[in-house]
Design a protein around this ligand. Structure first.
Ligand SMILES: Cc1cc2nc3c(=O)[nH]c(=O)nc-3n(C[C@H](O)[C@H](O)[C@H](O)COP(=O)(O)OP(=O)(O)OC[C@H]3O[C@@H](n4cnc5c(N)ncnc54)[C@H](O)[C@@H]3O)c2cc1C
Ligand code: SF4
Length: 512
């Protein structure tokens, strides 16, 4: 029995389940740069270049080690344009009895693959995606029967299950969560280490030329391309993070600084999500630094929480709530995505910064995605479908399983509170506290109404007012609704009018 083993662009791992038990002489590994995957949304140019280069390097390393690899590049004469058509083509060319795949990360692809056995006429074995710490069934069992699925409680279960930062059932240091020590703004004299930078070799140069030529109408530019594209380079990113950034990761996790897109974050989501790094090795390397006394607990626990808390939880949440999650719109948000999300042409300096950096790097760190770009999308009532598409295509680490719960549930509250206990809404004062953006803004964060007032200020109260009936039953919103109840009526009216004027400008694409 010879098998065709299909490795997708985000499954670039030697230990991926579809390669387990491979017979190097008999079986064929198929990898293909297909049009349907590269263009179903207009992915950022750097995202396509990163994945094509990482795929080509991975295929080469397999070939060097004697695997029988069939690699179909984008302009190959035999490129059939979709994964299914490519698999059919491979089955026609070779004598194969079975197709082996790893469960894909996106619902649409999973649905399509479930039909393959019928259309291909051979056995299709779908193996579990083994690149997470816990299987999907762990999340399903935990979630079953619960009214609220808060990440914090899932995170504790995974901590206990894995034993990471747990001693005799008790959390290291006595607390499960050191979030309160992860919220410092950055002092202006603090230096940030430079981002890891990898020179483009011949494979990457070819890919960059291909992307520039073929995907010229896609978002973003390639000028700053410096991603790791091999496993060794990805390991180097991880080690550099531990050596140079981990110590300050926790303290400045929520801070934002002008022209500092990378801050003290790890920049490993690209590599974790495409298989170049393994979640276990990442956690264990960070814990090793902690036990060697090289990093403080607030940084280490904060980092572990992002990975074995948020990342594992988000993946479980996606599969638990799909396909319904894709159409959720609890706040009936219908406004079109403003043009400035593509051009960065806005007077709001925080948005201008975050969109410019996204365009230049295919990256923005978490708090920029959440509290600037996401906060605006929430307050302005932007259509979840358009916001999801934007986030899916602009970031080089974006795949629907991780992007959609973060967008629909975390930033837009489109699921009505299945993920978040209240909407992540904030006025300009939060952005002012956590960044230096407001100092260089044409608007004044101190002003609540009028032409100069920061739009986040009046949009915030307009949002609370628009949704007060829905939020009234949420005990975490009680204080805010009470505060609004005590506010001067004429002041509130002035803010609602400012919000209306702002939305009128957005509707005609006038610069805001
Ligand atoms: C609206 C929105 C959209 C997002 N879209 C994506 C996405 O498409 N792909 C993606 O990988 N992350 C996404 N995130 C989560 C997070 O912003 C990124 O994982 C992070 O910015 C990646 O940079 P880093 O590796 O430097 O992360 P660090 O800040 O160093 O964090 C370490 C790791 O923790 C994990 N992590 C942290 N927060 C989350 C989270 N909320 N969900 C899942 N994993 C998390 C990531 O694997 C990340 O690499 C999104 C967050 C928001 C608010
Ligand atoms: S003043 Fe308002 S719009 Fe300007 S940077 Fe600050 S929060 Fe953003």
């Amino acid at each position: 029995m010879a098998a065709l083993r299909l490795v997708l662009g985000d499954q670039l791992s030697r230990s991926i389940s579809c390669l387990q038990g491979i017979d190097k002489k008999r079986d064929i590994v198929l990898m293909a740069e297909v049009k349907s995957e590269a263009t179903y949304v207009k992915h950022h140019k750097q995202k396509i270049a990163f994945l094509f280069s990482a795929m080509r390097h991975f295929a080469k390393s397999l070939k060097d080690d004697g695997f029988n690899v069939l690699y179909i590049d984008y302009h190959h004469d035999d490129n059939r344009g979709s994964l299914e058509a490519q698999v059919i083509w491979a089955l026609e060319q070779h004598d194969l009895d079975e197709v082996i795949v790893t469960h894909p990360g996106e619902y649409r692809l999973w649905q399509a693959m479930c039909e393959w056995e019928k259309s291909l006429g051979v056995t299709v074995s779908m193996q579990e995606d083994n690149r997470f710490l816990v299987p999907q069934s762990f999340f399903d069992d935990w979630a079953k029967g619960k009214k609220q699925l808060r990440m914090e409680f899932f995170y504790r279960e995974v901590r206990k299950h894995t034993g990471y930062l747990v001693n005799d059932g008790e959390p290291e240091g006595g607390k499960w969560n050191y979030d309160a020590q992860n919220r410092e703004p950055m002092p202006s004299d603090k230096d940030v280490p430079a981002r890891s930078h990898y020179e483009a070799d011949k494979i990457t140069q070819d890919v960059l030329a291909l992307v520039e030529d073929t995907f010229d109408d896609h978002f973003g530019n390639l000028d700053n391309f410096a991603f790791a594209v091999t496993r060794n380079q990805a390991l180097d990113v991880l080690n550099t993070f531990i050596d140079e950034r981990l110590e300050n990761f926790g303290r400045y996790q929520d801070a934002m600084v002008m022209n500092q897109p990378w801050m003290f974050h790890s920049h490993i989501s690209f590599y974790l999500n495409c298989g170049l790094l393994d979640v276990k090795e990442v956690i264990e390397a960070v814990l090793q630094a902690y036990y060697a006394g090289e990093a403080p607990l607030n940084s280490v626990e904060g980092f572990v929480r992002q990975i074995i808390g948020w990342r594992e939880y988000i993946r479980g949440f996606y599969w638990y709530f799909m396909p319904e999650l894709a159409t959720k719109n609890a706040l009936n948000a219908t406004r079109d995505l403003p043009e400035f999300y593509w051009t960065a042409d806005t007077r709001m300096n925080c948005l201008k910064q975050c969109i410019t950096e996204t365009r230049d790097n295919a990256y923005a760190h978490h708090i920029q995605r959440l509290m600037v770009l996401g906060n605006f999308a929430l307050l302005a009532g932007l259509d979840p479908e358009q916001v999801n598409e934007w986030y899916l295509l602009v970031y080089a680490d974006a795949y629907e399983w991780v992007e959609m719960p973060n967008v629909s549930s975390m930033i837009l509250y489109a699921d009505g509170g299945q993920l978040a206990s209240k909407p992540y809404a904030a006025s300009g004062s939060y952005i002012n506290k956590m960044s230096d953006y407001c100092k260089r803004c044409e608007y004044s964060v101190k002003e609540k109404t009028g032409h100069q007032a920061c739009p986040f200020n009046y949009l915030y109260w307009d949002f609370i007012n628009r949704h007060k009936a829905q939020l009234e039953n949420n005990h975490r919103m009680g204080m805010i609704l009470k505060t609004m109840g005590r506010m001067d009526d004429s002041k509130l009216q002035a803010m609602f009018e400012d919000a209306e004027r702002f939305f009128d400008k957005l509707a005609v694409n006038e610069k805001v």
